[in-house]
Every structure is written in C-alpha cells, then in structure tokens.
Design a protein around this ligand. Sequence first.
Ligand SMILES: N[C@@H](CCC(=O)N[C@@H](CS)C(=O)NCC(=O)O)C(=O)O
Length: 207
Amino acid sequence: MFRLYGFFTQNSMKTLYVLEETGCDYEFVFVDLGKGEQRSESFSRLTPVGKVPVLEHDGDSLFESGAICRYVANVLDSPLYPASKLQRAIVDQWIDFFTCHLGRWLTKLYFEAVIKPKFSLGEPDLDGIKEARGYAGQQLTMLDGLLANSDWIANDALSIADLFAFAYVEQYRMIDLPIDGYENVQAWFDRIESRKSIASARARLPQ
Ligand SMILES: N[C@@H](CCC(=O)N[C@@H](CS)C(=O)NCC(=O)O)C(=O)O
C-alpha cells in the first residue's frame, strides 16, 4: 500500500489527486508545516530534503511531486500516464511546463497572498507579484488557446498532467486572479473539479 505524507499546498495536492483518481488504496499522513513537522526526526528519515510530499511504498520512499505522480501511475499501469513513449513525453512536457512556468508564477502569488501572512514571513514582494501576474496572465491565455481544441491538456485524454496543472490553477481563488475570463480554462477547471476524486482528496485534509 502507498503512504503519502503531505500538507494542503499544491505539491501535495497533485499527488493526492493522482492517488485518488487511480482509485488505489493508500494512507494519507498530514505533515503540519506550520508546526515544523517536516523537520522531525521521523520525517527526516524518509527524505533528505525535508519537504512534502513524500511517498512510501514497499519500504522505499520518494520525494518530488512529479516523480511521485509518475511512479504511482506507472506502478498501477494507469492510463493517466500512457504507455506510448510519445504520449508519455507529451504528458512529461506539460508537467515540466507547469512546474517551470505557469505553476511557478501561481505559486509565487499564493506564497505572497497566503503563506507569507499566515506564517509571518515578512512584507509582500511587490515587484515579484507584478512580474508573476504578468507571466501568469500570458500563460493562462496560451492555455486557454490550447483548451479550445481539446478537453484535456495532453493526448486528448485525462492524464496526470491535468491533475498536476489543476493543483496549481486552483490557487487562483486565494490570489485574486479570476479565471472566468479564460473561458476554456474555466470549463476545463470545472470539468476536473466535478470529479469524485477531487472531493475525496480534499476530504483527506484536516477539516
Ligand atoms: N519541487 C518539490 C517542492 C516541494 C516543496 O517545496 N514543498 C513545500 C510545501 S509546498 C515544503 O515542504 N516546504 C517546507 C519546507 O521547505 O520546510 C515538489 O514538487 O514536490
């Protein structure tokens, strides 16, 4: 059985969404970053980097949300990570894109709007916020164009790339960046959010 260690932020949510979507059996352990639980001795034994998410499986442990999502889908032979080499590379390309670009900017905005005030981490970085809003807007426009031609991000099928991207885009509600102006992104977002897996994953978090 899988055991996932995570928090309520985007990197953990990606992995929770993938686990739920596969329908597999797994245990979720909430690691409270606000209490510094990621620095505990027991957690440090699982990962050298002191960050969530971490997946334990068959006595081994893995960190990095992308590696975890791919591993889970791979082990379960899930169509969320297609077997075709090209289709797989297309899923990977979008995962990398979201990590390095749109997800990066949305996460910067989330950090400034939610994490900094919640954990008293200092004054807002106004230049950084302006830059992140600019790039996020450009990339949401690109994504809107892509989703005009397909319901899903890669290969015309739901994949880990959609769940990965969804975990970044859902931050829009907390960062004052409405997505209703991006009609196709909004429709894609609603399509994913209405899946049972999303509600089940969210229900795993402490309420
Ligand atoms: N690239 C990593 C990022 C992991 C990460 O930054 N996790 C944050 C929460 S979203 C964390 O554990 N922070 C706690 C810390 O750095 O002490 C991934 O995708 O898993």
